[in-house]
Design a protein around this ligand. Sequence first.
Ligand SMILES: Nc1nc2c([nH]c(=O)n2[C@H]2C[C@H](O)[C@@H](COP(=O)(O)OP(=O)(O)OP(=O)(O)O)O2)c(=O)[nH]1
Length: 211
Amino acid sequence: MGIASLPPGLEGNFIEVSSGGGSSWLAFNTKRLYTNAFIIQDDKILLGYKKRGFGVHKYNGFGGKVEQGETAVQAAARELQEEAGITAPLEHYGTFLFVTEGGPDWAFQIEIFRAEEYSGTLIETDEMRFQWFATPNVGVGIPETTVVSAAAQAVVELLPIPFDSMWESDRYWIPLLLSKRHFIGRTDFKSVGETFTLEKWWFGEIGAREW
Ligand SMILES: Nc1nc2c([nH]c(=O)n2[C@H]2C[C@H](O)[C@@H](COP(=O)(O)OP(=O)(O)OP(=O)(O)O)O2)c(=O)[nH]1
């Protein structure tokens, strides 16, 4: 797949990882910047259950709008503090456009960050209820009779990432984020009230050389 196959709104030289859906992309006027941040440790990922607002009842990273005068990474840090009570050395790993039919006529440009460490104590906030989930490699091949440390045992008991309760296209890029691959993408949804249906998506990864 070459550059010619990139969805409108994306530029660069990327290797396609996943794509699907209908035949044409939605039109949009302009882009608005948003952030989304994940803490990813050896075998677990921190998500929040969104208690109100856009994406209510879904699990997601922590994030929101980039305010005037802020950079994306500053906004990501502020939102992580506001929604989960922690600070973290966030690193940028991806960007995707999120366009809706039946929603705004602009595209969300969502900047994705991750960190392995964090400082502070996790708190439940009005917006998010935090929860750790096991990343896919966890628990595989551990025979029942194997003695594992208390810490490892706690991880084994975490639930797997709840993709069925997340934005529908997250399943295509979260694996890239978990394996520290820089990515870009676009996802078009149809929205009716609070129900969003995935119509078309494209995700690709970029070689380390360009970052
Ligand atoms: N994982 C994932 N996150 C998404 C998708 N689409 C989408 O908007 N988001 C994220 C980006 C933002 O983190 C969040 C939307 O921002 P928000 O409405 O919570 O922003 P905010 O906190 O600044 O808003 P507000 O409380 O000020 O109204 O949802 C998606 O397809 N997947």
